[in-house]
Design a protein. Structure first.
Length: 277
């Protein structure tokens, strides 16, 4: 009797060995057999058959009678799974009580607290460092929304972007139409770039799990204005941010946002500025 790889892996995930799966499937097909017959039909060596049968009986997948020779019967998959569920839940309860009673007092006494899932990051250099962490660990896809306020941050991450491109990481950059044209041209050498007007905020999403969202330019303790961002290693937030990025990306495409769309006024505005790359 053969089953799909998916079902076989599911049974292995529940703790059944290859021999145990063979024996159970053999019994499931025939109904009842002696140990000798099971060994012959399943291909499990006779020297191992009683060890396998006893293990399956302990795990709740079969039962036996007291006849001579002894016969073994399969339990229904539903009965076996329900028995396993009850054993696992009982084991978890016992383990929970033991662990909680001994380890929780240590945790509470130490004053250690769980790391928050979301952090507030302020300042160009702090934000750039955190974005650098996201980029350096990225292996598949990097999404960047680059508003005008973030151009200073882009300067520090350019070498890493180039390195990712060389590794084959997909990089999509959504930039403001008001951004420095030299910046846009430089970014386009290492990424797919689309332009969008009326951009505010921005952010970086790495591999659909790390996210940095630029939210504003706040006033620092020294009185200067500096960017503020939130950073999270949170799949739910990253998924939401990615969906919104793709929405803006499609909208920019529909508007025909291209590098050539940067208007002449904007080019003149930045003509004397140095490229951030």
């Amino acid at each position: 009797m053969s089953i799909s790889d998916k079902s076989r892996k599911a049974m292995e995930g529940l703790g059944l060995t290859g021999y145990e799966i063979k024996v159970y499937l053999c019994l499931l097909e025939t109904g009842s057999m002696t140990a000798s017959d099971i060994s012959k039909k399943s291909g499990v060596p006779y020297s191992k058959i009683y060890e396998v049968l006893n293990s399956l009986e302990e795990k709740g997948w079969l039962e036996s009678d007291s006849s001579r020779p002894q016969k073994f019967f399969p339990k229904s998959p539903l009965t076996a799974l329900e028995a396993m569920r009850m054993r696992i839940e009982s084991s978890i309860r016992d383990s929970r009580n033991t662990i909680m009673s001994e380890l929780m007092p240590i945790y509470e006494k130490s004053g250690v607290r769980e790391r928050p899932e979301i952090w507030v990051v302020m300042g160009v250099y702090n934000i750039a460092a955190k974005i650098g962490e996201i980029i350096q660990t990225c292996q598949h896809e990097l999404l960047i929304a680059l508003p005008q306020i973030a151009e200073g941050i882009a300067r520090s991450i350019q070498p890493t972007l180039r390195s990712l491109q060389e590794k084959g990481v997909k990089i999509n950059v959504l930039a403001s139409e008001e951004a420095n044209p030299d910046t846009i041209r430089a970014i386009s050498r290492v990424a797919n770039v689309r332009l969008k007007n009326n951009m505010f905020g921005g952010g970086v999403i790495g591999d659909s799990k790390h996210v940095m969202i630029l939210i504003s330019e706040g006033r620092s303790e020294s009185g200067n204005f500096e960017p503020t961002a939130i950073w999270a290693e949170h799949i739910g937030l990253a998924r939401f941010a990615k969906d919104y990025f793709h929405y803006l990306w499609a909208d920019a495409d529909n508007r025909g946002g291209r590098l050539s769309d940067v208007n002449s006024d904007t080019r003149r505005k930045y003509s004397n500025k140095t490229s951030i790359f």
